[in-house]
Design a protein around this ligand. Structure first.
Ligand SMILES: Cc1ncc(COP(=O)(O)O)c(C=O)c1O
Length: 390
């Protein structure tokens, strides 16, 4: 009698093959493969000649990653999108696709610190100059733009939450013939759709709200077929910051609940920001939703904002007394987080970093998660009371 070993290989191969095709699954499969094979010489030749578009190697094209890209393109109203292994891979690939030595970039001040460092190191070595402007000052932007290659925006910025009239700035860039890029991680396309406001390219740290579960580091760039095609051709394959199929699958899972999560972050974030603003130990709350109306182009707010304590609060004691808010960077997941400004300023040791990022040492940044506003407020209130000398 056969012990079955002789037919094992064939059986296992058949199972794998059928599994790849057979499920009418509600959750898409993860095409977790590095390479794709060809049926014959002609098919391979046609693909390499560009006559046929199909995956050959996952660094170039992968069906699960493509599904994520198409989903994000739809959310942003883009013709196309390209996924990356991190937000910084998306930002660096996008920027490096459009500049060459001698070029100038205009950026709004207080951009995400690692974007600031990319500009101050790699781009500086390439002899690309970056000048910073206050994006709220449209005359300053108008003066800075002529002759620039790129206009880099982030609105709101991710510590002091400085907001800009994105549509007005995009129009200024277009008039000056300058390509505009915006980091839209904070608002997500649920609350801000910059391509509709006239911006040319949108980048995201998908590690934040798009993923939404703090289990993936990823990035994405969205825009016209022409601009995304240029990134796909110029930097994407060679810098190689490719999004993995499994991470793309996690993002697809996360993005299905994006609108629901964003509304919950907004509601809890607003409730807490409003109470902090009324608290006697708080000097200022930096939250774009606290004015009479939202800045132009912004349809809602997320759970990330910062506030500045009055002198009589020991920030260290406050942070250490928090129970629900965990000490940690990043944001966008279920959990509520706190980051003290002073710690960030120590870590970011560049000269002028306080000026560059607008961070006060008496400030803390909160990410209001999904645990429930009442419990979170009680946590904050108790910690402020324990840390106040008055
Ligand atoms: C506003 C913003 N943009 C970009 C990034 C970079 O994204 P990643 O960490 O996915 O590279 C971050 C990360 O914290 C961020 O906060």
């Amino acid at each position: 009698m056969s012990d079955g070993q002789d037919s094992f290989d064939e059986a296992s191969l058949t199972v794998a093959h059928d599994a790849a095709n057979a499920f009418e699954a509600v959750v898409p499969p993860i095409v977790q493969t590095s390479l794709f094979t060809f049926s014959d010489y002609d098919e391979m030749l046609a693909t390499y000649r560009g006559e046929k578009v199909r995956p050959t190697y996952t660094r170039g094209l992968n069906p699960t990653v493509r599904m994520f890209e198409e989903m994000l393109a739809k959310l942003e109203g883009a013709e196309d999108a390209l996924g990356f292994a991190s937000g910084m891979a998306a930002i660096s690939s996008a920027v490096l696709s459009f500049v060459e030595p001698g070029d100038r970039i205009v950026a709004v001040r207080h951009v995400y610190p690692d974007a600031f460092r990319l500009f101050g190191t790699v781009l500086k070595r390439m002899r690309v100059e970056v000048v910073y402007v206050d994006g709220r000052d449209e005359e300053a932007v108008t003066r800075a733009l002529p002759g620039a290659k790129l206009f880099y925006m982030e609105s709101p910025t991710s510590w002091v939450m400085e907001t800009h009239d994105v549509g007005a700035l995009a129009a200024l860039a277009r008039r000056a013939g300058v390509l505009s890029i915006i980091d839209n991680s904070w608002a997500s396309p649920v609350f801000q759709r910059p391509l509709f406001l006239g911006v040319d390219l949108v980048v995201h740290s998908a590690s934040k709200y798009l993923g939404g579960h703090s289990d993936v580091v990823a990035g994405v760039v969205a825009g016209s077929k022409e601009l995304i095609g240029r990134i796909r051709a110029e930097t994407y394959p060679y810098l190689g910051g490719k999004l993995s199929p499994f991470d793309a699958w996690l993002l697809i899972r996360g993005m299905r609940t994006l609108p629901v999560r964003m509304r919950a972050h907004q509601e809890a974030g607003m409730a807490i920001a409003t109470r902090l603003q009324a608290h006697p130990m708080v000097e200022e709350v930096c939250h774009p939703g606290l004015g009479n109306r939202l800045p132009a182009g912004l349809a809602g707010t997320s759970g990330l904002f910062s506030f500045i304590f009055h002198d009589g609060v020991d920030v260290r004691a406050f942070v250490d007394r928090l129970r629900l808010f965990k000490l940690g960077v990043s944001w966008g997941g279920h959990e509520s987080l706190v980051v003290p400004g002073e710690v960030v300023l120590q870590q970011k040791a560049e000269p002028n970093s306080a000026v560059a990022f607008g961070i006060s040492p008496r400030s803390v940044r909160l990410h209001v998660g999904l645990e429930g506003a009442e419990a979170l407020w009680r946590d904050l209130e108790a910690a402020i009371a324990a840390a106040s000398s008055a």
